[in-house]
Design a protein around this ligand. Structure first.
Ligand SMILES: *[C@@H]1O[C@H](CO)[C@@H](O)[C@H](O)[C@H]1NC(C)=O
Ligand SMILES: *[C@@H]1O[C@H](CO)[C@@H](O)[C@H](O)[C@H]1NC(C)=O
Ligand SMILES: *[C@@H]1O[C@H](CO)[C@@H](O)[C@H](O)[C@H]1NC(C)=O
Ligand SMILES: *[C@@H]1O[C@H](CO)[C@@H](O)[C@H](O)[C@H]1NC(C)=O
Length: 532
């Protein structure tokens, strides 16, 4: 065969995109922190302004059956590893700053694989996947550069993190330029820092190579800090938390606009796929909202996990631009979707729980390969110390839900009354989805329906009988989890309980090490640093 013809056929077969594109697409992955389902303009929110996110989503594909994990480290671990938490040992909670733990080092991260595919991979923002030894740090996990922080919940301006440790108050700078402490960013607001760094990376990028840029913003997690100018338009919101959160959201939206504009001026945009996702549901104590979904951050209710997410790109075929995608997609799916679906590379050396959903996103009527989704099985349950929730977000302005603050992390249900025959221990905190069905067992966390403070509506508090520990919902018919069908749908219930039991047989033991006093920043020049 004529070699040019052969080459052309090769390209037609192996490239997902136009043969004019010599390079695989650039990938820009933006991850917001604690960004609530209700808090983006296109989810019928006409209070909080997100013009850039709305425009990108409207020009792309809105993912409306899209799931993340209920808290921070778990979502990030699945994004970077493509694995469920039962396969990394990170089933329980976040990685606390004093825990000698990190995303397991034996498997390549998505950044490793994209780097292998010829990409330059950079991260600016929040890591939160462990830092007790340098091997765990982002620049040793596939990223060429890192500007950001290793823990969570720090000050947005001076980038320090306080932390209580058996009666002591630890305190240290948590900001790094690659491996080095970066103390010269004091008084620069993190959303501006990360946007600027992202823009710099784009400007300095060698255009002969594809770019993978991961931007996990600090916004819009507590503490609720933002320059006054962003809060100005929201003066009418009476609730202080919500007002600040609204300002933080608009600032993040502006950052996304700036980054996109730079991609355009640098000529990269026409070969870029931009993905936007939250890491978990909004935290109602810290300004976020997930209305009309049930529950919030850290819970196994939809408000904790049903995420805001979209894909925007000039490379998407015209017929999918502006559509809403209702196929089941999960944060663990990004790994194979980016590596195989977008970069056109291989998945050798990986063992993933995620599915390549690129066809599902980029083609009409292409069903998701994912029919089942294990949300989690956490045998430690909620309520272990340290608590799942971060200590109250300062500044704790008007908390609109004082009656719900009493016990945000109750212990696992002690006297679970469930008589249906099952091998799975239903006092364990777990949830699984199969097609439209969702089963929850154990203690899912608070399950109230919380309207946005500015709506003037009152929270709805369900009456939950003592000992209740199993719920079954049809999420397609009942996305807000109002009607529990566990008494009516025995066959479905049995099937899902069996699936939980089977999946648990393949689970790794939970890795949740004890706090380590060597993490104290006072021992590391008043910075949060590795200690092994
Ligand atoms: C950073 O700000 C916090 C208050 O939010 C304060 O407690 C701390 O002392 C400040 N740190 C530095 C290094 O300025
Ligand atoms: C901090 O210092 C680094 C290294 O000298 C420099 O590249 C960066 O621009 C500085 N950042 C600020 C905000 O001054
Ligand atoms: C966006 O860019 C404008 C113009 O350079 C700048 O004033 C603004 O601070 C930037 N916003 C963010 C969030 O980076
Ligand atoms: C993308 O834009 C650049 C610069 O404007 C141009 O050289 C290139 O051919 C464009 N690529 C495609 C696929 O349109």
């Amino acid at each position: 065969m004529d070699s040019l013809l052969f080459f052309t056929i090769f390209l037609l077969i192996f490239s997902n995109f136009s043969i004019l594109n010599a390079l695989p697409p650039n990938i820009v992955f933006i991850l917001a922190d604690d960004y609530g389902y209700h808090d983006v303009g296109y989810h019928n929110n006409n209070v909080i302004k997100t013009p850039n996110l709305d425009a990108l989503a409207s020009a792309g594909v809105k993912l409306e059956n899209y799931y993340v994990q209920p808290i921070c480290t778990p979502t990030r671990s699945q994004l970077l590893s493509g694995k469920y938490q039962i396969h990394t040992g990170l089933q329980h909670g976040i990685i606390w700053p004093d825990q000698p733990n990190c995303l397991p080092l034996d498997d390549p991260t998505v950044a490793d694989k994209l780097t292998e595919a010829g990409y330059e991979s950079h991260i600016t923002g929040k890591w939160h996947l462990g830092f007790y030894k340098k091997a765990c740090w982002p620049t040793n996990r596939g990223f060429k550069s890192f500007l950001g922080y290793l823990t969570g919940s720090e000050n947005y301006y001076n980038h320090t993190r306080g932390y209580p440790f058996s009666g002591q108050e630890w305190f240290g700078l948590d900001f790094r330029d690659n491996l080095d402490p970066a103390s010269n960013y004091t008084n620069t607001y993190s959303t501006h820092v990360f946007a600027q760094r992202a823009q710099q990376i784009i400007q300095q990028h060698d255009k002969q190579k594809p770019l993978f840029l991961y931007i996990p913003f600090q916004a819009v997690h507590g503490p609720l800090q933002v320059p006054d100018s962003y809060v100005e338009p929201y003066k009418f919101i009476k609730n202080g938390n919500r007002r600040n959160y609204a300002g933080m959201t608009t600032c993040m939206d502006e950052a996304v606009g700036n980054i996109t504009a730079t991609l355009k001026t640098e000529g990269l945009w026409n070969n870029t796929v931009l993905i936007f996702s939250t890491d978990n549901g909004g935290q109602v104590y810290a300004g976020g909202n997930n209305w009309p979904l049930r529950g919030w951050k850290a819970s196994l209710w939809e408000g904790g996990m049903h995420g805001v997410g979209f894909v925007s790109s000039p490379l998407l075929p015209e017929e999918v631009k502006g559509t809403v995608n209702r196929e089941l997609i999960h944060v663990s799916d990004w790994y194979p979707t980016l590596v195989e679906g977008i970069a056109g590379w291989n998945l050798e050396g990986t063992k993933l729980d995620g599915f390549n959903v690129w066809k599902t996103i980029s083609e009409l009527d292409s069903p998701s390969p994912r029919v089942e989704l294990l949300h989690n099985i956490d045998p430690m349950g909620p309520g272990d110390t340290p608590p799942i929730m971060d200590n109250p977000y300062p500044p704790m302005l008007d908390n609109p839900y004082p009656h719900m603050l009493d016990n945000p992390n109750p212990k696992p249900i002690p006297d679970c009354n469930f008589t249906f025959p099952t091998q799975f221990n239903v006092s364990i905190r777990a949830a699984i989805r199969y097609k439209d069905w969702k089963l929850i067992t154990g203690n899912p966390g608070p399950g109230n329906w919380i309207p946005p403070p500015e709506s003037g509506l009152s929270p709805v508090v369900p009456i939950v009988p003592d000992g209740k520990c199993v719920w079954l919902f049809n999420i397609k018919d009942d996305p807000n989890e109002v009607q529990d069908l566990s008494d009516e749908e025995g066959v479905v219930l049995q099937f899902l309980l069996n699936r939980l039991y089977e999946l648990q047989q393949g689970a790794l033991p939970v890795n949740y090490p004890k706090p380590d006093a060597r993490a104290n920043p006072a021992l590391h020049n008043n910075t949060w640093d590795s200690w092994e």
